[in-house]
Ligand binder design. Structure first.
Ligand SMILES: Cc1cc2nc3c(=O)[nH]c(=O)nc-3n(C[C@H](O)[C@H](O)[C@H](O)COP(=O)(O)OP(=O)(O)OC[C@H]3O[C@@H](n4cnc5c(N)ncnc54)[C@H](O)[C@@H]3O)c2cc1C
Ligand SMILES: Cc1cc2nc3c(=O)[nH]c(=O)nc-3n(C[C@H](O)[C@H](O)[C@H](O)COP(=O)(O)O)c2cc1C
Length: 1215
């Protein structure tokens, strides 16, 4: 029977939240420890207490106050009220609320009327936030199983009934965690979500439990089922990375009619305390087991009933009593840590030893460790004695306030040392009072039940048992995975100098799109880690390494940010004695990331930058999706990258399942004929619907007026290169048959190395630095592709400024410029480019073949060894019909190539020289290939009229000069007209040092200017920028070549140098000797040993032979030699045995050892990777045989490694 009057005690006064519906007899509750008696009125509740006839069910775990009405009662064990019952419940709650809040009675009546109207018309009741807050507080107060209710009035709520999507719900969850954690001073809070939302995780923070193939479990067995479900809906951890402490994702379902989504909690939302113990013996054992627990409980699976309304998703936070964690870690059916700890500490916990109470001892110490660790971490916690004392206080106060209070002895009494707790000795009465906390069905049960009822989805009968229900439901569930949304976009970041990482990143973006993700591409430095949006962000990062384990050019800012943060982490760690600054440690917790580091094992710091970035992100709290991959340029780099890409996307799919795969586009141009011949077609845009950004096509339009780009202002970088005029382009290899012009065919095959001089301005560099040069496409390729795309070579639209200029940041305005200078027509197409071709292929067979190459990595790798150019691909796939402006957008940009600078800025700061070996090779199928950049440089037209050797190769090979964007193209005849018969003629002019054969003297500048103004139009320009190379520097080398620091110069001049050059590897050494020559005029030292080994094919290939000859003669003012010995080693002298530089090392081992052993000596080597490796091995042998004490090979190798690390040995590898 329900009392309709407001709750009142027997004396008639209004009692707060009075549970007593019908007052019955008075009695007392005794405490047998303290001998106190608390007078109570015996409640006689109208609610079902689940105590059945003649049996007490008080130790059953779950009970429902609501009997099940019928089998179809989906809501059970929650209430299923009739309208009248609902009205009664609402009225009763509003009565309690208004009585307790002492509101004016009019207010009560108004509110009651509103709610009653709503119930009558809509069968719902919308309570205010205040009403909800108080309802939640009362529900806690009435929670018979909770020992910690003394604080019920402090409970706060966050009212998020407005949340509409899974994403928003998860964000609310994260916010709930952050706010209630409150820097470790934990708050009791409830997050109120929409009435029917569900959280599938029983608590926000749960450790996974994996079922292993050997039948064992890894992790917290309490979460076995939840883990299975999480895995079935797509969450996973690679098996190799699983631990027993993996935090499960949070699974949310905002709308019961829709699918759930799961989310990894950002690191700042999963506060964990690692267990430590003041006693070293326990400390060691607990650390060894890695014992830890979450800092805060967030119970997420209970419902709350307030005024007849049931809220199914009201996660509440509080703080732990230490025994809860003790039980989580020690319960036999949970982590069962006691036997493991006992084993480490060599304590017997077998039944035979039960009389020793070792189990209890360890159990108590685990509890002690929990308290100790939380105190150390400054996170709130309560011990069971304090909690029990608090409970006693609550019991008394609440009983005074309302006559009695419900309490469940079975749950209240702490699990350790129970007899020591007053609660153990306390009589209690357990009954149900509303508002209350309720148990409910596991959330997946109704979900799967709903699926089961949908015959379109499932056809198997489902067993009644919950778990079986879930298992059966997996089948349709798998089919539904693609419908589970995770809308977070994936950002693909790259840092790259020569474009490898960039092209890989583009491929990844394209694959992500294909897989159904939204993907964004960005240079690493354009992404700001500290300023990025704080919501969860998925990052796939692909980066190379340059310098000495440094970032590539477009990752330098990020490198600085990393250094600063790592430094701060170290400092904060030192200051706080090992406790890291929490804020810093969590500053990147919203990132979920994976790094692919590309580099070359030829370098000591293999993939160092990528590896460091991966580590830094982890240090700052980001969640690593999979271990960092390292991809070696010397060994299947692309293959390794593809492996990482597949794994990364696989892991992504697991963590953030895809919305839906985008359908592949085919036959894009089937109605080509219907189109006009115009380059711009209005229908094109429709055929390329915007695939969420990255794949969007730029519509082609033309401008008649375009603002000229501001050119020539430094600093010069990859995105702002200097357009340098080619001053000189000279052959360095003496022709074998130059005297007989009838034997040109043999000279056609001749190896060519060019000395190229460029005019620079405001481009500081040091000897040893690299200049990066952008190549341009061969004219023949450009013309062919223009025609292949259906345009005539003289189409006026080719030279009009157009809308595509944006892809080159406005640097190139017309399609002809873009196709000549911006996009790469020569490098082999990666699968993402083939993918584009496939879209344009009308022939089914060709499409199939392309698809096979795209999808089958092995097939692609086999195909790509022949390095097919774009034109060759288009030749092979004839049905591909593509417009030029579309092609331009698909192709990757041309990438700059590094060249070691072969001049010294001290000689002339406005000129820079390089030594370029012109690359030619045959592919495995016998196709002749020209290296793009070296051949482009080879063909550049120098300003210097004296450098005419160029003609010989051009005429012989019938090569057209490159198209220069701002000048008319030359015809072959015209070119021929510029060529004299002078052949390989050197100018033999002296520079201001009086020594350098090929430098034009400064005194010639007047002539040069006159000459320049006449010839400037025809001189080629190349786009360049310089990147410092601190790992290949003369000892004591100055940073600023304009300054002279005597102590440094002294170091440079007084060091002994041993140099090994192979082929064009002579380049940086030439910069060195020019530097030394220049410095020798400033400072005089005694002559120092400077020995150069140089490997070349024949004496004709001995580059800079005349210079070298002079350098070994007395050249300085003090009559000293710049080089004391030059040892040429020839590999292709007819009739002689092949010799390589490393072969000469044994013969010179004593002198080489003298360099290695002397601390004032430095060793340099430069050339191909293979040659450098050979020379390094030679040096190891020298140490082995010459070093006193006869070191072993391993010791000798270590010795060389150490020398490399400290910069005594420096390598420069061209590959
Ligand atoms: C730090 C550094 C400094 C350098 N300094 C110099 C320098 O001073 N002088 C100099 O001449 N070069 C130098 N190089 C090399 C230079 O950067 C270019 O790689 C070289 O000029 C070739 O570029 P390319 O555009 O002509 O050839 P690409 O069009 O890039 O073609 C070269 C590519 O062809 C492939 N290839 C080459 N030979 C074969 C073959 N036999 N079979 C199959 N495939 C093959 C390779 O995969 C290679 O990547 C340096 C390289 C580095 C890394
Ligand atoms: C001057 C120079 C320095 C390099 N330094 C390193 C290094 O320290 N560690 C490494 O693993 N790779 C190093 N590499 C190799 C590059 O990382 C590798 O070639 C990579 O594929 C280049 O990628 P990118 O084209 O995206 O820049 C270096 C390459 C050059 C040219």
């Amino acid at each position: 029977m329900v009392n309709n009057k407001p709750c009142s005690s027997s004396d008639g006064s209004i009692k707060s939240g009075c549970p007593v519906l019908t007052v019955s007899a008075k009695t007392v509750l005794r405490n047998y420890q303290t001998e106190e008696s608390i007078p109570v009125v015996v409640p006689k509740s109208a609610h079902n207490q689940d105590c059945r006839h003649q049996v007490c069910t008080s130790s059953l775990m779950n009970y429902s106050p609501y009997p099940k009405k019928d089998a179809s009662d989906e809501n059970w064990p929650l209430p299923n009220y009739t309208k009248d019952q609902f009205l009664q419940e609402a009225k009763q709650y509003l009565t309690i609320y208004h009585n307790d809040k002492k509101t004016h009675k009019d207010e009560y009546h108004v509110r009651l009327k509103e709610i009653e109207d709503e119930i009558k018309t809509k069968q719902s009741a919308t309570y205010t936030t205040d009403e909800l807050r108080y309802g939640a507080q009362l529900a806690w107060r009435n929670a018979a199983r909770c020992i910690n209710r003394l604080y019920w009035q402090t409970l706060e709520i966050t009212d998020r009934r407005d949340v509409k999507t899974n994403d928003a719900m998860f964000e609310a969850v994260c916010q709930h965690i952050r706010s209630s954690f409150n820097g470790g001073k934990l708050l009791a809070t409830v997050l109120v979500l929409p009435q029917n939302a569900r959280l599938w995780s029983s608590q926000y923070l749960r450790f996974a439990c994996y079922e292993q193939t050997d039948g064992t479990l890894l992790g917290d067995p309490a979460n076995r089922e939840l883990t299975r479900i999480a895995m079935k809906i797509g969450w996973s951890k690679p098996e190799t990375e699983r631990t027993e402490w993996d935090v499960l994702p949070v699974i949310v379902q905002c709308n019961p009619e829709e699918d759930p989504s799961w989310y990894e909690l950002p690191v700042d939302c999963r506060p964990i305390v690692e267990l430590s113990h003041p006693d070293p013996k326990y400390e060691q054992a607990m650390r060894q087991l890695g014992l830890q627990w979450f800092a805060q409980p967030f119970v997420a699976d209970k419902a709350i009933e307030i005024g007849g309304v049931v809220f199914k998703c009201v996660p509440f936070s509080g703080w732990f009593m230490e025994t809860e964690i003790g039980r989580d870690l020690c319960d036999v059916q949970r982590y069962n840590s006691i036997p493991k700890l006992a084993q480490i500490m060599d304590l017997d916990v077998t039944l035979a030893a039960s009389s020793q109470l070792n189990i209890d001892r360890i159990y108590v110490e685990v509890n002690a460790a929990v308290l100790h660790s939380f105190q150390q971490a400054q996170v709130s916690i309560v011990d069971h004695h304090t909690a029990a004392a608090g409970f006693q206080k609550f019991l008394k106060e609440d009983t005074v306030a309302r006559g009695n209070t419900p309490a469940d002895w079975v749950w209240i009494v702490p699990p350790i040392s129970s007899g020591m707790s007053p609660a153990f000795h306390q009589e209690m009465m357990n009954y149900l009072v509303k508002p209350c906390i309720l148990d409910q069905t596991e959330p997946w049960v109704p979900y799967f039940e709903r699926l089961r009822k949908n015959p379109a989805v499932i056809d198997e009968p489902v067993k009644k048992n919950n778990w079986a229900l879930v298992k059966n439901a997996f089948k349709p569930f798998e089919m539904l995975i693609s419908r589970i949304n995770k809308r977070t976009c994936v950002t693909v970041l790259y840092a790259s100098t020569t474009g490898t990482a960039e092209s890989y990143a583009k491929q990844t973006v394209s694959r992500l799109f294909k897989e159904g993700y939204k993907a964004e591409l960005s240079e690493l430095d354009k992404f700001s880690f500290p300023d990025a949006d704080k919501t969860t962000q998925l990052l796939l990062i692909i980066t190379s390494t340059f310098g000495r384990g440094n970032a590539p050019a477009n990752g330098l800012k990020t490198e600085q940010w990393m250094e600063e943060n790592n430094q701060s982490l170290v400092e904060s760690q030192e200051k706080s004695f090992g406790q890291l600054n929490r804020e810093l440690k969590n500053s990147c917790s919203h990132f979920v990331y994976a790094v692919c580091a590309i580099g070359s094992k030829a370098y000591e710091d293999f993939c160092e930058f990528g590896v460091c970035l991966d580590q830094t992100l982890e240090n700052l709290g980001s969640t690593r999706l999979l271990p960092v991959a390292t991809c070696d340029a010397l060994s299947d780099q692309y293959k390794s990258f593809c492996r990482w890409e597949t794994e990364a996307i696989g892991a992504l799919k697991q963590v953030f399942p895809i919305k839906q795969a985008l359908p592949a586009k085919t036959n894009i141009l089937t109605d080509e004929e219907k189109r006009s011949n115009d380059l711009v077609s209005s229908s094109e845009k429709d055929e390329f619907p915007d695939e969420e950004g990255a794949q969007a096509m730029i519509e082609l339009s033309f401008y008649d007026n375009v603002c000229a780009r501001r050119e020539g202002v430094g600093p010069y970088t990859k995105t702002n290169p200097l357009e340098a005029t080619v001053l000189m382009n000279k052959e360095l290899v003496k022709p074998a048959k130059i005297e007989n012009r009838g034997h040109l065919s043999s000279s056609m095959n001749q190896h060519s190395v060019r000395q190229i001089e460029l005019a620079i301005k405001d481009m500081p560099y040091l000897a040893g630095d690299h200049v990066y040069i952008f190549p341009e496409n061969p004219t023949s390729d450009v013309e062919k592709v223009i025609k292949r795309c259906g345009l005539k070579l003289d189409d006026i639209n080719l030279d009009r400024p157009c809308s595509l200029n944006v892809i080159s940041n406005g640097r190139f305005q017309s399609m002809r410029e873009l196709i000549s200078k911006y996009v790469d027509l020569v490098s082999p197409s990666l699968p993402n480019v083939l993918e584009c071709f496939a879209r344009y292929a009308s022939d089914e067979g060709e499409r199939k073949k392309l698809r096979q190459l795209i999808e089958n990595k092995e097939a692609y790798l086999e195909w790509s060894v022949n390095r097919w150019t774009v034109n060759e691909v288009l030749d092979e796939f004839k049905s591909v019909e593509i417009k030029l402006h579309e092609l331009i957008q698909f192709l990757p940009p041309l990438q700059p190539r590094p060249y070691s600078i072969s001049s010294s800025p001290r000689t002339n700061a406005n000129k820079l020289q390089i030594t370029v070996s012109v690359v030619k090779y045959n592919t495995p199928n016998g196709m002749r290939r020209d290296g793009l950049c070296s051949n482009f440089l080879y063909q550049t037209i120098p300003q210097d009229k004296n450098e005419l050797s160029l003609k010989q190769y051009k005429t012989n090979r019938k090569i057209l000069p490159p198209i220069q964007s701002h000048q008319p193209r030359m015809s072959v005849n015209k070119l021929h007209g510029t060529v004299s018969t002078a052949g390989y003629k050197q100018t033999k002019q002296k520079d201001h040092t009086g020594l350098i054969t090929y430098f034009r003297p400064e005194t010639e500048s007047k002539n040069e200017q006159i000459f320049s103004s006449n010839k400037d139009e025809k001189a080629s320009k190349v786009r360049i920028f310089v990147i410092p190379n601190p790992s290949f520097r003369l000892p004591g080398q100055l940073q600023d070549p304009q300054k002279v620091d005597f102590s440094k110069v002294l170091e440079t001049m007084s060091s002994r140098l041993l140099m090994f050059a192979i082929g064009s590897g002579i380049a940086p050494f030439r910069a060195f000797w020019h530097e030394l020559l220049s410095l020798s005029r400033t400072i005089q030292t005694t002559e120092k040993d400077r020995m150069l080994f140089i490997g070349c094919r024949t004496p004709n290939d001995l580059l800079y032979a005349d210079e070298l000859k002079k350098l070994t003669q007395s050249t300085t003012q003090a009559n000293h030699r710049i080089l004391t010995e030059v040892v040429p080693v020839y590999s292709r002298v007819p009739g002689h045995q092949k010799r390589y530089v490393q072969d000469e090392i044994p013969r010179y081992k004593q002198i080489i050892y003298s360099f290695l052993a002397d601390k004032h000596s430095f060793v340099f080597m430069c050339g191909s990777v293979r040659a450098c490796i050979g020379i390094e091995r030679g040096l190891v042998s020298v140490i082995e045989s010459c070093q006193p004490g006869k070191p072993t090979r391993d010791e000798a190798e270590d010795c060389i490694k150490r020398m490399k690390r400290c910069g005594k040995i420096q390598l420069e590898m061209f590959g």
